[in-house]
Design a protein around this ligand. Structure first.
Ligand code: FES
Ligand SMILES: [Fe+2]
Length: 352
């Protein structure tokens, strides 16, 4: 399946981009070099010198220009070649690389992989609970050898925590939880509420729940294209209102590296109001979450991908269960958006 182009993708945690440093990453099969300019703004260029196709990230960043390491052509933030040290110094017309719009918001670096004139920052979905100004954020990353839509399935159907994460995140009450799926424009919600649940001792400790306390739990996920999800995970004593309990936000955001590999950034937020305790909880929780995500989800997703290969998901006729509503809704919506984009582009030259 083609990728959605006109869309803000996450390129990384904003603090991964440090002034003066070049960071190479592949998104949607395109090699990109990322950096933070001297004004603090994020920049992204095609990571391929037009002369002999050397990756520009091997070069040097100076005065907001990248000088290619091989024969010294220099490129500015617009992708234009601005210096040719050879011959009479004339700059060939074709000596330019593609520049990608970028924006920093809520602790993430966002990149626009489509038509630059359509890159409106107002289209960035709201991840304000993950803003490091507002909260302590535990942050992590995994590279997954699986298609990003399998990750959407994973997060929008959290019934799997009963089976795959039975000793960490799950319990025997999850699969029978009450499910609610909703859609508002291009946003999909997949919500699950369990009742009278006994959480694992680890989860009680990490989320500050008294040992043995039976709880009602909610796992409310919001999805936006292409695969950016924000989970609100909360607990209240059994039978009590949500407002009596507490919750945390967990971001699960995915950007395709290729059709079969995916960047996975995940983070958890604890309010600044908690002070030092919040910073400690953010760190403890993210380290703990890394364990099931790495040893349980990752092998499962990679095993799925190995079986599916390049076959079309729907051609395989997946069996649908009660828990699949949110994931199917998101898949269908993404497919519709991609189709509409391709039709709108018609005979226009495809974005290269
Ligand atoms: S390959 Fe970049 S200047 Fe020659
Ligand atoms: Fe999982």
């Amino acid at each position: 399946m083609a990728f959605l182009r006109n869309c803000w993708y996450i390129a990384g945690w904003a603090d991964e981009l440090i002034e003066g440093q070049l960071l190479a990453r592949t998104f949607l099969n395109e090699q990109v070099v990322l950096f933070r300019d001297s004004k603090g703004a994020l920049q992204a260029l095609q990571d391929r010198c037009p002369h002999r196709f050397v990756p520009l990230h091997l070069g040097r960043l100076e005065n907001d220009r990248i000088q290619c390491a091989y024969h010294g052509l220099s490129f500015d933030c617009s992708g234009a070649c601005v210096h040719n040290p050879h011959g009479n110094g004339a700059i060939p017309k074709a000596a330019r690389v593609r520049a990608y719009p970028m924006h920093e918001r809520h602790g993430f670096a966002w990149i626009w992989m489509g038509q630059p004139e359509q890159a409106d920052p107002a289209l960035i979905s709201d991840f304000s609970p993950m803003d490091p100004e507002m909260a302590y954020i535990g942050k992590s990353y995994l590279l997954v050898n699986a298609n990003y839509a399998l990750e959407t399935d994973n997060i929008l159907d959290l019934s799997h925590i009963e089976f795959l994460h039975g000793n960490s995140l799950g319990s025997a009450a999850v699969a029978q939880g009450i499910i609610e799926v909703a859609q508002d424009g291009d946003t999909v919600y997949s919500k699950r509420t369990t009742h009278d649940e006994q959480l694992t001792a680890d989860l009680e400790r990490l989320r500050g729940i008294p040992a043995g306390q039976r709880v009602d739990r909610w796992l409310d996920v919001r999805w936006n294209a292409p695969a950016n999800m924000l989970l609100n995970s909360g607990y209240t004593a059994s039978g009590q209102l949500r407002s009596e309990g507490r919750s945390v936000y967990v971001a699960h955001v995915f950007t395709p590296q290729t059709e079969a590999t995916t960047h996975y950034w995940f983070g958890i937020a604890f309010p600044k109001a908690l002070g030092e305790e919040g910073a400690r909880l953010a760190q403890d929780n993210i380290e703990w979450l890394r364990q099931p995500f790495t040893t349980e989800d990752l092998p499962m997703l990679e095993a799925q991908q190995a079986v599916i290969g390049s076959q079309n998901f729907w051609d395989l006729k997946p069996v649908l269960l009660a828990s699949d509503g949110g994931a199917v809704r998101a898949r269908r919506l993404l497919e519709k958006m991609i189709k509409a984009e391709q039709e709108a582009m018609g005979d226009q030259p495809k974005i290269a």
